[in-house]
Design a protein around this ligand. Structure first.
Ligand code: KIV
Length: 258
């Protein structure tokens, strides 16, 4: 059954947690969709896990669209959400709408995700929503601001910072975001935001009380060489790939394959 933004709101009302994972290519997306994940996020973390950069900042809109098209071709049921990369939506509402329109037109994805909750971003998101573009918001540790944070650090630890993030989340809901990612914030703050908002909260490193959870799939599959402390590794595909490759090399070199 195809998932829509409206169905996600219904899942929050029913109290059924929402499962979200990232994807960066056709085969991964197809497998996640076959497994029944609700939302597939073409996250800009693909800059790190698929392209080998240290941060998400170098990713371009063209690169994102290239990957998102491949992901969308692999998905039948999940809602596909695409991150707008750093530098292609912060300058003006017009820049944001142009980037989001390109993503929706060229990839077939149903929604975009944008980081930040300061008033200018809230205004931009309201403009996109009024133009018919579904937006997933993202507050807390927003990786595109890694240099401003001085690293991938937990956010919202002081009472003032927690209040700011709570107010940002409320403003983003009022701007029309259909859902919001809460990344690497204290679990009591995530619970407070989840109780306050009617739109679903999707947590990553934000405790178990959000309306859904998201992981970077390379972490879940044990493909990445480093995982953040809040990730859970469900398989060790890096080692499986190394072992299969070693077996293949040995058989070729010993004339055992083909
Ligand atoms: O880019 C990404 O993968 C993300 C998730 C971690 C939420 O934004």
């Amino acid at each position: 059954m195809a998932i829509t933004t409206q169905k996600l709101t219904g899942l929050k009302q029913e109290g059924r947690p929402i499962a979200v994972l990232t994807a960066w290519d056709f085969l991964i997306a197809q497998a996640l969709d076959h497994a029944g994940v609700d939302v597939i996020l073409v996250g800009d973390s693909l800059a790190m896990v698929a392209l080998g950069y240290d941060t998400t900042l170098p990713l371009t809109l063209d690169e994102m669209i290239h990957h998102a098209k491949a992901v969308k071709r692999g998905v039948k049921n999940a809602l596909v959400v695409v991150d707008l990369p750093f530098g292609c939506y912060q300058e003006s509402r017009q820049q944001a709408i142009q980037s989001a329109v390109r993503v929706l037109k060229e990839t077939g994805a149903q929604a975009v995700k944008m980081e930040g909750g300061h008033p200018a971003m809230v205004d931009t998101i309201a403009h996109l929503v009024h133009s018919g573009i579904p937006v997933m918001a993202h507050v807390g540790l927003t990786p595109q601001s890694v240099h401003q944070f001085g690293g991938f650090r937990q956010q919202g630890k002081s009472p003032e910072a927690a209040e700011r993030i709570l107010n940002e989340a409320i403003a983003l809901e009022q701007a029309g975001a259909f859902s919001i990612v809460l990344e690497h914030i204290p679990s009591d703050l995530a619970l407070q935001i989840s109780q306050k908002l009617t739109i679903p909260t999707i947590g990553i490193g934000a405790g178990s009380q959000c309306d859904g959870q998201v992981l970077v799939t390379a972490d879940l599959l044990g493909l990445s060489s480093w995982q953040p402390p809040f990730a859970k590794v469900y398989a060790n595909l890096h080692d499986s790939i190394v072992q299969a490759t070693q077996a293949y090399c040995t058989e070729v070199r010993e004339h055992r394959f083909p």
